[in-house]
Design a protein around this ligand. Sequence first.
Ligand SMILES: *Cc1c(COP(=O)(O)O)cnc(C)c1O
Length: 388
Amino acid sequence: MERKIETKCLHLEEDEGDCNHYGAISYPIYQTATYAHSGVVMSIGYDYSRLKNPTREHLEKVVATLENGLNAFAFSSGMAAISLLMEIFQPGDHIIADSDLYGGSIRLFRNVSEKNGIQFTSIDCCCENIESFISENTKAIYIETPTNPMMNVTDIAKTAEISKRHNLLLIVDNTFLSPYFQNPLDLGADIVVHSGTKYLSGHNDTLAGFLVTKRNDIAEKFAFLIKTTGAGLAPFDSWLILRGIKTLGIRMEKSQENAMKIANWLKNQKSVAKVIYPGLPEHQGHEIMKKQARGFGAMLTFQLESKEFALSILKKVRMIKYAESLGGVETLITYPTTQTHADVPEEIRLKNGITESTLRLSVGIENADDLIYELETVFSETERELYG
Ligand SMILES: *Cc1c(COP(=O)(O)O)cnc(C)c1O
């Protein structure tokens, strides 16, 4: 019987019956840069930790299993993973990218990848006709679903059909849902990207990134590039991510349950102009999500009636922290305009609907009553201040 994902987060089937590591339940941290050779021109399987380290390798196997991939590669951050991914392309190659990506990905594409000769077209992959933007040199489609921060949902299987028909790579950044809720490789994607800093780590304490693929030819390229460019995740950080993954299931379930409660609470506030959460039936992607994912996640975006209201919330929150990042056990609130999307040109930001009254919540695993009590307090104090 195929094991369920909660179990896969804890046990690596292929290592069972292996009595190495003195029976340690927690995988050891191999804090070593190099390895003694077993003989002349012989290797124990590990030669130098930039190429391969047992702790990192164990983590990579766990993540590959969670995404139903063949291979996973662990990097020092999500951006390190995406930077390395760009190295499989050549100058002159063209990539169709969603226009509402993580701000750091947009910054990388515009400022680094374009300089290296890669061309990008930004479109709303959820809702525009992707096929009409494909040209002779198009090599890939790069999406996030749901997107950051506007939570647009793209049909992965449909996009995969288009990419197969034109012999393109479909790349999906699966950070927002984590492998617990969504597995893009099963829906036809070629490469999955993760910022492991977020749900996989889950504790707002470590940076990491992943590339996962089912394709041998792509895995070989990644293995060569990781050895050559050196952005592999350190042994201790690999161990922290392994520890985080053990509770991925219960964290995702709890934070999703909290997000649903908060979304419904926000909907009833007169100072909230719009709540964007895929778990709400009126959301653009609700039905697609039901088909392609096992949950709606715990990220939600909402628009206040004014910029002043939004800024006041950021100023007043106490338990909920005004901070960048997402996917940890602590609830965080973000102001995309000056934080995650500060480097995205204003006209693109506004076109995507990110205004100065837009806030994003990464809902954590606190008790929902405490989160809502804090929001209630902050909202009523703001209303009193602004309207007397
Ligand atoms: C945070 C994030 C990244 C970048 O990852 P880092 O670990 O911060 O480098 C990429 N994509 C998405 C969707 C993210 O949220």
